[in-house]
Ligand binder design. Sequence first.
Ligand code: HAM
Length: 424
Amino acid sequence: MSNGIQPIRGMNDVLPAEIGLWQHLEAALRELVAMYGYEEIRVPVVEHTDLFKRSIGEFTDIVEKEMYTFRDQGGDSLTLRPEATAGIARAAISNGMLRGQKHKLWCIGPMFRHERPQKGRYRQFHQFDVEALGFDGPDVDAELIVMMARLWRRLGLTRVSLQLNSLGTPESRAQYREKLVDYFRGHEAALDADSRRRLGGNPLRILDSKNPEMQAVIAGAPLIVDHLDAVSRAHFEALQASLRAVGIAYTVNPRLVRGLDYYSRTVFEWTTDALGSQDAVCSGGRYDGLIAQLGGEATAAIGFAMGIERVVELLRQAQVVPEGQAPDAYIVAQGERAAAAALAFAERLRDEMPRRRVALGLGGGNFKAQFRRADRSGARFALVLGDSELDRGVVAIKDLRGEANQIECPMAEASARLEAVLKE
Ligand code: HAM
């Protein structure tokens, strides 16, 4: 395709051959949110750039270097959403959904970050995102976690584990931040360039630096758990007690700080050892201050997002076989009159068996060519309709996968006969 239009690096096509696992996962997600009573919300893919600056934070990697930002024809600065939380918080404010009300919401869709693409990290990727607005207590934190634990069980994924931390209230976090800055300033010579830059804007992020040379200085840094305010500590302990009560294993990771600024109190991340360096499959936390910060009335909130591509890869590795999309029956019509009758026959079958997949051999061609297409479609049965069958009002049912003998039946009985043989 050297002269043609190239795809954008880090933005993937999902081809029909790969879509099965996506649909398998999406079906499980819809089932999951229904079980827990979450409602779907759909928000735009573009928002005013300021929304992301004010929520995710000016000094985060996402806002500093990863946003797809452009001016529209009216001169407004817009950004392709790098995540869904900010847009959902904005939607709740714009639509007057707060005012003391509670909402349990979810959405699914593409997000955009100009990161360096590698396996598991893309520039357009998809998130399954859940947000609970208006809930203050640790019960909802626990619910979001047990809900995801149920998903892993339902999907048969075992190589995921949960890490938790608490970042405290904005006030206790600010005090901790000062302690951290003091500590790192005392060890400035040991900091790499990235960390020195973060010291001014986002010192907590130094804690999750992956640079091996930074690990010694990070190991000596004060821990946020030692600086939690009493309310956050009680909240965090209550969450852990709930998780223990339902038997969910977790580790408290005092260096889990998350890359977005809006978090307070509970943060968590599900990671896997099956995907190499892009090991976070689902992450989130509380953002009790965000909605007020965006101009809405103060509303406690918590949510998470799961990376669809990463979970699809886990399913692929676990050799999950999704339900196929092959037709149950493929109509092969030969002869002018039979071809003309085939469309109505196919429609009748679809009316009579709405759960079955009926493909009509489009594009004509001789019997041999049509059978080849029927075979390639993966269909279980071919329904053969030639002019002579049409004259007799019958159709032949031919097993394309097994040894069953070809049978002939009246067209009016075709759906009943097909159902019978499909169940065998
Ligand atoms: P996040 O940690 O930035 O959080 O992303 C959540 C998940 O999206 C990650 O755990 C990962 O699975 C997936 N992900 C992120 N970036 C990429 C990428 N470039 N390619 C593939 N997958 C990726 C958030 O986005 C927050 N909005 C989560 C949240 C919701 N917090 C509260 N509510």
